[in-house]
Design a protein around this ligand. Structure first.
Ligand code: M6R
Length: 605
């Protein structure tokens, strides 16, 4: 969840540490801090709150030094205060940490009994004490790190400075990602490619359990047993270095508008526009799969729920979708003919990763549908299904969601072909429909003004209900999640058919009921639900297509998105739903890209 950067540089590093922290701020923004080595001594600056608070601190108390580490925090242990902000120090050791040290209480007790005193409430500080204790026992820095890693349990990534070691940063990863960046006479470590993107495009991804020592010229990487290992250096795309808001007010707004392109790019990986065929996954034949088990969290799970309709309807392939945090702890009974699929933007979500590993250990074949193509899930799954949304910075997922739906829809068509449910001409017809999605998403973005107008009233609501049927039901859940997370308005998504089974009791003139209902086979039933709401004095906002608008009951406020084949309607309807949440949040003056209490990548349980 937190962001880490480390630089062994030729020039002063503080400005670059800060630049990197701004790119990592999406990972957490409870506090931030930097530390450098100046004349053999470590100096640090920390501030509660966002990076700009740390910038203010540095204006008054600048920090020199050509080697340093930085951190932006999403609090787990200890309140989001300056006292608990990273870097944490003990003796010669100063470090930053992402993750959770599970046995920290026990270790802290042991250290306290030995006379150590702590200045924070964090689990992290224990690591600094342990390394320092090893140093005072005579260990070299690398041995001290290794011996400390052997004592701690949990998921973490670390960057460590040692006072007096002016040409060295140590790093380690277990459970949380860490990359090494190779510059010219300078070296970097960071939480992801975005962290080091502006400084180098040559990156090595550490493997699970690795630890590393970087100096000006090289990285020495060791595996968990302490043996020296090589990890391949990859050239990452310039996109990692080019994450700017452009002319948009917020990343979320920009990312909503990027969806035609991100859908197009993702389609390119799964379909061949020339032949109108889908592109099978090498080594995977859906005819050999009896069931799909998808695990995911949050928005990714709603994309998966939309895909379930397609895998079952088009390919006749039984598909289950389960929230990863539940799946991993209920000892699910699985058959090895089931294909396990993790859907995740980051590819690092702790629960989804654990569920994926659980399936792998149970002997299932596994696939990772991820937007971060070098993430842990991407590297551990048997099959990598990339989405090509590009870096998503807004905490509220938008373009990654539609890229997930895009890829899963194409995969459902592939599954239908391979399982003999459709022939080549039917496949071609479906692929042509899919290829229309980018254009229709672009057209649906034209609802922006209508949506913005609706947002003014919606922003006054205390509660909002979202309803949908069929694939529009998971989209209703996603609409409610989006509104909750960025505008802090309480919102619930329901299957429209459930209205009479409870939620209708909530209907009054103050509670907008947002119904997503294109004019499809479910429309008439959902229209009855609209009438039921109106009859009880409720306010209905209908997101539909032209035909649906023409058949909407009187008294309904309507947003008309382009008509589309049901195969791609979830893609077309997504943008207006996302824009409503966005404009409500803007209307309320909320912090759209960095909503309170949230972080982009949930790498702790
Ligand atoms: O990186 P992931 O796709 O695994 O993340 C899963 C959820 O944490 C994520 O979708 C979250 O629900 C978003 N904030 C929703 O906008």
């Amino acid at each position: 969840m937190c962001g880490i950067i480390g630089i062994v540089g030729k020039q002063p590093v503080t400005e670059r540490l800060m630049d990197s922290l701004k790119r990592l701020e999406y990972r957490g923004y409870d506090s931030a801090g930097v530390a450098t080595i100046v004349d053999g001594k470590i100096e640090r600056r920390r501030a509660q709150g966002k990076i700009r608070a740390l910038e203010d601190r540095l204006l008054n108390q600048p920090l020199s030094g050509t080697i340093g580490i930085g951190h932006t925090r999403w609090a787990t242990h200890g309140a989001p205060s300056e006292r608990n902000a990273h870097p944490h120090t003990c003796g010669r050791v100063t470090l930053v940490h992402n993750g959770i040290i599970e046995n920290f209480a026990e270790l802290k007790g042991e250290l306290t009994a030995q006379g150590h005193s702590f200045e924070s409430d964090t689990d992290t500080e224990v690591i600094a004490h342990l390394i320092d204790r090893q140093l005072s026992l005579g260990d070299s820095p690398v041995t001290a790190l290794k011996n400390t890693l052997d004592q701690i349990t949990g998921a973490f990534a670390l960057a460590v400075l040692i006072a007096g070691e002016d040409n060295m940063i140590m790093g380690a990863r277990r459970g949380s990602p860490l990359v090494v960046g190779y510059g010219v006479g300078e070296m970097f470590i960071g939480s992801d490619a975005l962290a080091v993107g502006p400084f180098t495009n040559r990156i090595a991804y550490l493997d699970e359990g690795d630890f590393v020592v970087i100096d000006h010229d090289r990285a020495q990487i060791f595996d968990a047993s302490g043996s020296a290992v090589d990890r391949p250096i990859k050239i990452v795309s310039a996109a990692a270095a080019l994450v700017e808001k452009g002319n948009y007010r917020h990343f979320m707004e920009k990312e909503i508008h990027e969806q035609p392109e991100s859908c197009q790019r993702t389609l390119g990986a799964y379909t061949d526009a020339l032949t109108s065929r889908t592109l099978p996954t090498p080594g995977l034949d859906f005819a050999s799969v009896d069931r799909i088990q998808i695990v995911a969290c949050g928005t990714a799970s709603y994309a998966a729920q939309i895909a379930r309709y397609l895998f079952e309807r088009l390919a006749g392939l039984p598909t289950d979708v389960e929230i990863a945090s539940e799946f991993r702890y209920r000892d699910p009974a699985l058959l090895t003919t089931t294909l396990a699929v993790a859907v995740s933007q980051s590819g690092e979500t702790a629960d989804t990763l654990a569920a994926l590993r659980w399936c792998k250990a149970a002997g299932l074949r596994t696939a990772a549908l991820v937007n971060s193509h070098e993430s842990t899930m991407a590297r551990e799954a048997d099959f990598l299904w990339p989405t090509h949304a590009g870096p998503e910075i807004g905490v509220a997922s938008t373009k990654a969601f539609t890229a997930q739906i895009t890829a899963l829809t194409a995969l459902a068509v592939t599954a239908a072909v391979q399982r003999g449910r459709i022939d080549a001409s039917q496949e071609a017809k479906l692929v042509k429909i899919l290829l229309e999605a980018p254009r229709l998403i672009a057209a649906s973005l034209k609802t922006e003004e209508a949506v913005r107008a609706l947002a003014i009233d919606t922003a006054k609501a205390r509660d909002v209900l979202y309803l949908g049927r069929g694939p529009m039901y998971p989209l209703a859940l996603e609409g409610a999640l989006k509104l909750k997370e960025i505008s802090y308005i309480h919102a619930e998504g329901y299957a429209a058919g459930e209205l009479k089974h409870g939620p209708i009791a909530l209907v009054d003139e103050a509670t907008p009921v947002i119904i997503i209902a294109p004019h499809d086979s479910f429309f008439e039933k959902t229209a009855s639900n609209m009438s039921e709401v109106i009859a009880r004095g409720g306010r209905v906002i209908l997101f539909t297509d032209e035909e649906g608008g023409a058949h909407a009951p009187a008294g309904v406020r309507v947003v008309i998105a382009p008509s589309s084949d049901p195969l791609i309607t979830p893609l077309v309807m997504s943008a207006p739903i996302q824009m409503l949440a966005y404009y409500v949040a803007v209307q309320k003056g909320a912090d759209v890209d960095q909503p309170r209490n949230l972080a982009k990548s949930v790498t702790v349980e």
